[in-house]
Design a binder for this molecule. Structure first.
Ligand code: AMP
Length: 415
């Protein structure tokens, strides 16, 4: 079923959203992006004459009631965003009466799902090494099903719009879907957009396809790099991982960040790219600094000839040109991870060059997807957020999807 086709009139919809918003010490929301992200779905259901039961997690209360993670703190903000009063259920697993009393157009927000360990489904208070762990895990899985069934009993249909947790097989993100037939469960608009964005770079690829992977380490990106290797025309590997590649090829990298146990892996990636005809673009020059701070002294030098006591902190001018050249002619672009320590303004030029080239390519008709916290922070920092095709809201979920993994939250609905 799709959200556009479902007839919500007179129905109760239980909607999993990601309202895990950051709060300051006074419980005031400091960034409401996630609430705004879910509004199209929530408003659509209300406008169509449905009643809403909204559920979410907040923070990591680890299966216990922890006041600072109470969703009660955001009731007023959600009411204001929806333009209608929001009722609150103090206990998400004991909300049957409140749910039953809801009329069309009314909204009930459930308390933090993660106050119950059943939400995540992991046994608490028992070590993985404990011989009784497997039994405890089995028992927890059974009570997770009961918990999901209780949540499901509140509503006629289930909508999942929480892309940020779509890579988790939790009670509210996946298990609950078993209690609705295919005609009564669907993805929300945000989830639909995210799934489409991933399809655009993994399935409906317009060529040439350029992927830019940056960040600090190669080890955390290897799954994605390997999956992309079969799909891309150009692969730019930048950021801190540059120096693992430079060292693997016999270069001098000073005190640059380096994963010494990944040198073989780096050489293997270079060989794979060659074998698959992928144009691998690595930074040939870098901005090196004598300290890890914005005011450090800097010099431009080859990425494989960095003086003792200096570290590569950004892509150099020659590399920026090479990156831009591989991006500007592309028709599909994926960017995850900065090209340098962009948090320091003096080391942001490489990431800025990438953001600018992506914006230019997008102006010329390319599809560009930006995902993963730091590259999103980059496009925001450089004021280019509205010049790219799509900025993903999902960190881990997006990365797993790009690795080619099936997301439990999507599979539970789409099969
Ligand atoms: P990741 O979480 O792996 O995507 O890495 C993002 C982080 O990598 C950012 O905080 C950057 O500051 C950092 N980073 C990028 N380039 C470098 C570099 N050359 N040296 C150290 N850290 C870097």
């Amino acid at each position: 079923m799709t959200i556009n086709d479902y007839k919500f009139a007179g129905k109760k919809a239980i909607v999993r959203v990601d309202f895990n918003v950051p709060l300051n010490e006074n419980g005031v929301i400091t960034d409401d992006t996630r609430i705004r992200g879910a509004l199209p779905t929530l408003k659509h259901i209300l406008e169509e004459g449905g009643a809403l039961i909204i559920m979410s997690h907040m923070g990591k209360p680890k299966g216990k009631v922890v006041a600072k993670y109470s969703l009660k703190q955001i009731v007023d903000a959600v009411s204001a965003a929806l333009g209608t009063p929001v009722q609150f259920a103090e206990d998400c697993a004991k909300a049957a009466e409140q749910a039953a009393a809801l009329k069309a157009g009314e909204v009930l927000l459930l308390e933090n799902l993660r106050y119950y360990p059943e939400e995540e489904g992991k046994p608490v208070g028992i070590d993985k090494e404990d011989p009784a762990y497997e039994e405890a895990k089995k028992a927890m899985k059974a009570s997770q099903k009961e918990f999901a069934k209780t949540l499901a009993s509140y509503a006629d249909c289930y909508v999942n719009d929480a892309f940020g947790t779509a890579h988790r097989k939790h009670a509210s993100t996946a298990v609950i879907a078993d209690y609705f037939d295919a005609d009564n469960k669907m993805l929300g608009y945000l989830m639909e957009k995210e799934v489409e964005a991933v399809d655009n770079i993994l399935k409906n690829i317009k060529r040439p396809f350029t992927a830019i992977m940056g960040g600090s380490k190669v080890s955390t990106k290897i799954g994605i790099i390997e999956n992309l290797m079969d799909k891309v025309d150009n692969l730019i590997l930048c950021g801190g991982m540059t120096y693992t590649f430079a060292k693997a090829n016999g270069g001098e990298i000073g005190k640059s960040i380096c994963e010494n146990d990944k040198l073989e892996l780096a050489l293997d990636i270079v060989a794979q790219a060659k074998a698959k005809g992928v144009n691998l673009v690595l930074a040939t020059d870098c901005v090196a600094a004598d300290d890890f701070c914005n005011e450090a002294n800097t010099q431009v030098c080859p990425s494989n000839a960095i003086p003792e006591g200096w570290e590569g902190v950004d892509a150099g001018p020659e590399s920026r040109k090479a990156f831009a050249a591989a991006i500007e002619g592309a028709k599909t672009i994926l960017w995850n991870g900065p090209a340098g320590v962009f948090e320091f303004d003096n080391f942001a030029a490489g990431s800025k060059a990438i953001a600018e080239a992506i914006a230019t390519a997008t102006d010329n008709g390319a599809y560009s997807l930006i995902g993963g916290g730091d590259s999103v922070a980059c496009v925001n920092k450089f004021g280019m957020a509205d010049r790219v095709s799509y900025i993903s809201t999902g960190g881990g979920a997006l990365l797993e999807a790009i690795e080619g993994k099936v997301l439990p939250g999507v599979a539970a609905i789409k099969g």
